[in-house]
Design a protein around this ligand. Structure first.
Ligand SMILES: *Cc1c(COP(=O)(O)O)cnc(C)c1O
Length: 488
């Protein structure tokens, strides 16, 4: 793929896309009405291109992006599932788009009803008693969930609880959220990828505010001792927090509420098919068990005796956690998904699990499986089974790009050397899974017969191996700088 010229490089003086007819309106009119200090000394250096060139340029640029709509996206711990178009259609209805959060409540009753119904459905799915949709991301949900935990202990006058236990396999946001609330974090080492109750017990005492877990955990394994874990934590007065960012495998299978969890968050932008990444708006609803409902953030959408809805601000609420009541149009998309999938929701988890196991079993002769037992919705390889060629996980991921699919998650979870984490989700057909398996088998074959082609990949992308640290710390994002680089 060739280097795509920038829109500025396509510019030719005097070329224009279109021009508005200047009816009754000229730039001199505008100028005379504005303060002179606001004007530029020189005209802006804008690219001058025809409309067709412009359309072609941005169409080409958009095709350089790999997304779920251009190919398979097996990103572990991320649930990159298709976002059905009907969700967007629903969210763009005028009645949803053209409202203002400060409108009188009597004029937005149906919207409050949808909020209420969505949180009720999430209560049913999670086995919890109350859900807020006021949060803006998974990590934000964690922060608010832990605020509820803290608030709960403090309002009981229990100020000794300053620590939160987190397994070494946890998502990085878990310790980060706990630290932001001033908690000390204690890392719990896992055993065969699972929480070991005998390792946990000695850590439990009256300074523990709670434990943060994911089940299935980030190794894609179900914590089979969860009931014993939850009893042990509750016995010392701690609470259980469930990181439900990737709730997919549980849909129709099990509920965190039934496992003994007290607080959890979900990511609508993972499990419930709302757009994910690209800086778009997220939503990380927080659900709690009955003894914590009063602590949910305000405003709370409440159903009144006459079936109308109002906003309430309960006294014990942990505060207001963002503007108004969450990313409303994201919630509409999730609601649309839940209503569309309806009874089939119970097949989502089992199919996601089946797809992951199918890939795992098909590739385990070529890639090193960390844990042999059946996985849930995702699983982890530790590089190639035969590592004598020196081909590393990074090489495999880079080579995947040459086949037009997104690379899996790599080097996470941290406790596995050379980890490759694969999560196919339920939306992919068997044909797509077979194609992926064939590609991964081919890469393993290349590693044996022609390792250089893997070690020097990618060969078909606009750029090869970037300096990732420089790209993250000092990205070159503007034209002048880029021009200088080309000249030097
Ligand atoms: C994605 C994810 C998060 C964070 O969600 P954001 O919306 O990116 O903040 C937290 N925990 C787990 C397990 C995740 O996969």
């Amino acid at each position: 793929m060739a280097y795509n010229r920038l829109i500025f490089e396509l510019s030719s003086p005097g070329r224009v896309g279109f021009e508005l007819t200047r009816q009754g309106f000229s730039s001199t009119d505008i100028k005379s009405s504005l303060d002179a200090s606001l004007f530029r000394d020189q005209p802006a250096e804008l690219p001058e291109v025809s409309e067709l060139d412009l359309v072609r340029h941005y169409t080409k640029v958009s095709q350089k992006n790999i997304g779920i709509e251009s190919g398979f996206y097996p990103l572990g711990s991320c649930t990159m599932k298709y976002n059905p178009k009907i969700n967007d259609e629903m969210a763009s209805l005028d009645g949803f788009r053209q409202i203002h959060p400060l409108q009188p409540l009597s004029t937005v009753q149906p919207l409050l009803k949808i909020y209420h119904e969505t949180s009720t459905m999430l209560n049913q799915i999670t086995g919890m008693a109350g859900t807020t949709l006021n949060t803006f991301a998974g990590a934000h949900g964690e922060l608010i969930g832990l605020m509820i935990m803290k608030h709960f202990h403090e309002l009981r006058g229990d100020s000794k609880r300053t620590k939160v236990i987190i397994p070494d396999s946890a998502h990085g946001t878990n310790p980060a959220s706990a630290m932001m609330l001033g908690y000390e974090t204690i890392t719990l080492p896992s055993k065969n990828g699972l929480v070991d109750i005998e390792t946990l017990r000695p850590l439990l005492n009256d300074t523990i505010a709670g434990i943060m877990l994911t089940n299935p955990n980030t190794m894609g394994l179900f914590e089979k001792d969860i009931l014993a874990i939850s009893k042990a934590v509750h016995d010392i007065g701690g609470l259980l927090y469930y990181d439900g960012a990737n709730l997919n495998p549980l849909l129709g299978v099990a509920r965190p509420g039934d496992m003994g969890f007290d607080i959890m968050h979900m990511n609508l932008h993972k499990t419930f098919s709302t757009p994910h990444g690209g800086g778009g708006p997220g939503s990380g609803p927080v659900s709690v068990a009955s003894h914590l409902v009063d602590y949910l953030p305000s405003p709370v959408v409440t159903k009144q005796h006459d079936d109308s809805f109002t906003l309430s601000y309960p006294e014990k609420a942990c505060g207001q956690v963002g503007g108004f009541y969450g990313n409303f149009l994201v919630m509409i998309r999730a609601y649309s998904y839940l209503r569309t999938v309806a009874e089939d929701l119970m097949h989502v988890g089992p199919n996601a699990i089946l797809n992951a196991n199918y890939i795992k079993e098909s590739l385990k002769d070529d890639y090193k499986l960390v844990i042999e037992s059946p996985c849930m919705h995702e699983f982890v390889f530790s590089g190639l089974k035969d590592q004598s060629s020196g081909v590393k996980t990074l090489d495999i991921a880079k080579r995947t790009l040459d086949f037009g699919i997104h690379a899996p998650t790599i080097y996470f979870p941290l406790l596995v050397d050379q980890s490759i984490m694969i999560e196919p989700t339920e939306v992919e057909s068997k044909e797509t899974l077979d194609q992926f398996i064939a590609i991964f088998k081919q890469i393993a074959h290349e590693a044996r017969t022609n390792p250089d082609i893997v070690k020097t990949a990618p060969h078909s992308t606009p750029v090869g191996r970037l300096d990732e640290v420089m790209a993250a710390r000092f990205p070159t994002l503007h034209y002048k700088a880029l021009k200088n680089i080309h000249e030097s």
